[in-house]
Design a protein around this ligand. Structure first.
Ligand SMILES: CC(C)(COP(=O)(O)OP(=O)(O)OC[C@H]1O[C@@H](n2cnc3c(N)ncnc32)[C@H](O)[C@@H]1OP(=O)(O)O)[C@@H](O)C(=O)NCCC(=O)NCCS
Length: 179
């Protein structure tokens, strides 16, 4: 499975993406809203877990690559997550720090949203993070999501949940379609 956008390719993670993804997930500053930063072993496990998710669920977090060079600059995709006690489809994203603020997360997450509604029957897609993670919340909003709730939990202290429903997505497409 490969998703293409104007500047990006999203493809299945490979074991040899570990060094590139370590630069993203092993960066303490980038992971400041997470309970911990990944070490090299965690990154290898992360890649393996995502490769297995595809077989089990039909989707996963994909490697985000620059179309021009093929360089892996992060990950983005759809996974099933326990959010406020429910198993829900979640769009996740991590972009290497020196590549941020270029619209890459928005571009990748928008493509994942369209893929989710276009090829699966999920009624809504979600995004969740620690309530202090402004860049993550802003990225969710940039693809049409809105706040659903905040709830206290052990990992995040307070978790912030955003979502867009299929109906809202369809309305947005219709509004943006030039007749
Ligand atoms: C969240 C993250 C993926 C955003 O990546 P990015 O490529 O810089 O995001 P984009 O450039 O596509 O920006 C998306 C939107 O968020 C906004 N945004 C991104 N970073 C921001 C920041 N630091 N402060 C304010 N707004 C920010 C952008 O302005 C844009 O909104 P707009 O389209 O309305 O202008 C990146 O900050 C990251 O990897 N963070 C660490 C990992 C993480 O916490 N991931 C979330 C998992 S819960």
């Amino acid at each position: 499975m490969v998703l293409e956008t104007e500047r990006l390719v999203l493809r299945e993670m490979k074991p040899e993406d570990d060094q590139a993804l370590f630069l993203v997930l092993g960066d303490p500053e980038n992971m400041r809203h997470y309970p911990c930063t990944f070490d090299e072993r965690n990154v290898k496990d992360w890649i393996e877990r995502n490769r297995n998710r595809c077989e089990k669920d039909g989707f996963e977090l994909w490697a985000v690559c620059l179309k021009e060079t093929g360089e892996v600059i992060g990950d983005c995709g759809l996974t099933l997550q326990k959010i406020h006690g429910e198993i829900l489809p979640e769009i996740g994203f991590h972009i290497r720090r020196d590549c941020q603020r270029n619209g890459y997360a928005k571009e990748a997450a928008g493509a994942v949203r369209d893929w989710a509604f276009g090829t699966t029957d999920v009624p809504a897609v979600y995004s969740y993070c620690r309530y202090t993670n402004g860049p993550s919340i802003k990225t969710a909003e940039s693809i049409g999501m809105h706040v659903v709730c905040e709830y206290p939990d052990e990992t995040n202290g307070m978790t912030h949940v955003s979502a867009i429903t299929r109906k809202e997505w369809l309305e947005e497409i219709t509004e943006n379609t030039v007749l």
